[in-house]
Design a protein around this ligand. Structure first.
Ligand code: NAD
Length: 261
């Protein structure tokens, strides 16, 4: 396999679980040095251990930070640059789902919380990482949107607002920064079996959540959940030089579900 990330530094938020961990192990296996950011220190340690399994000499920096806090974001970017000197790839991925509810029952506090992490967090990451990438004259960003950012899902006011916002930020920044040698794209995953989706199914049916999951994916053209590694493969491609002319757009990875009437 060609190592697409030799001498590259990749910064990942939400790296302590699910899609962030899958992307981290994928790019580490191809030579990347990694800065891993998450609010959950144990999750970060588990991801670092998973990286050691696939790339025993990979350089890994673990940073506990809340992506919705501007000082913490400035700090995780500064720590990454101090440690590695540059940032080649940024997977701007941390997010939460929030509680599911009809709009009229969707609490304003819950709305603010989801938007603060899923949208403000992505904006802040862009703000500080793009300043660094512009100095370098190079870099690639992958923002994590969702099918809930390109289609209506329902019962997700905060999540829908935030993820549609991530698609908008991707367009906006991609158009601004293409001229500086930087490309910015987003992914729109469908249902991928991670701890977030497990928790979401448990909101639907705390006891028979696995059955609820089977029912949930029965309408998917591929009749299954996606696997985190499948998203990790896409993110690695999008962070690599192979995707250098893909910019400002959002790529679904959902088994075709968002194309279905
Ligand atoms: P996950 O819960 O497994 O992982 C998310 C990680 O983000 C966790 O480690 C969590 O601690 C971290 N995190 C949460 N809030 C944070 C904060 N304020 N600051 C820093 N880290 C924080 O979930 P996942 O499925 O891997 O989700 C990753 C991203 O993918 C999210 O943005 C999510 O909305 C998006 N997504 C997931 C799916 C799916 O089906 N799994 C589908 C579409 C979009």
């Amino acid at each position: 396999m060609t190592a697409r990330f030799t001498d590259k530094v990749v910064l990942i938020t939400g790296a302590g679980s699910g899609l962030g961990r899958a992307a981290a192990t994928r790019v580490a296996a191809e030579g990347a040095s990694l800065a891993l950011v998450d609010v959950n220190a144990n999750g970060l340690a588990d991801t670092a251990a998973a990286i050691t399994d696939v790339a025993s000499d990979a350089k890994v920096l673990q940073i506990v930070a809340d992506v919705s806090n501007e000082t913490a974001v400035a700090d995780y970017v500064a720590q990454t640059v101090q440690t590695f000197g540059h940032i080649d790839g940024f997977f701007n991925n941390a997010g939460i789902e929030g509680k599911q509810n009809l709009t009229e029952d969707f609490g304003a506090d819950e709305f603010d919380k989801v938007v603060s992490i899923n949208l403000r967090g992505v904006f802040l990451g862009l703000k500080y990482v793009l300043a660094q990438m512009r100095k370098q004259g190079s870099g690639t960003v992958v923002n994590t949107a969702s099918v809930g950012g390109i289609r209506g899902v329902g019962n997700q006011s905060g999540y829908a607002a935030a993820k549609h916002g991530v698609v908008g930020l991707t367009r906006n920044s991609g158009i601004e920064y293409g001229q500086y040698g930087i490309s910015i794209k987003a992914i729109a995953p469908g249902a991928i079996m991670t701890p977030m989706v497990e928790a979401s199914l448990k909101q639907i049916d705390p006891v028979n959540w696995e059955e609820a999951g089977r029912e949930f994916v029965s309408v998917n053209p591929m009749k299954r959940f996606g696997r985190p590694e499948e998203v990790g493969n896409l993110v690695a491609f999008l962070l690599s030089d192979e995707s250098s002319f893909i910019n400002a757009t959002t790529i679904p990875i959902d088994g075709g579900q968002s194309e279905k009437y």
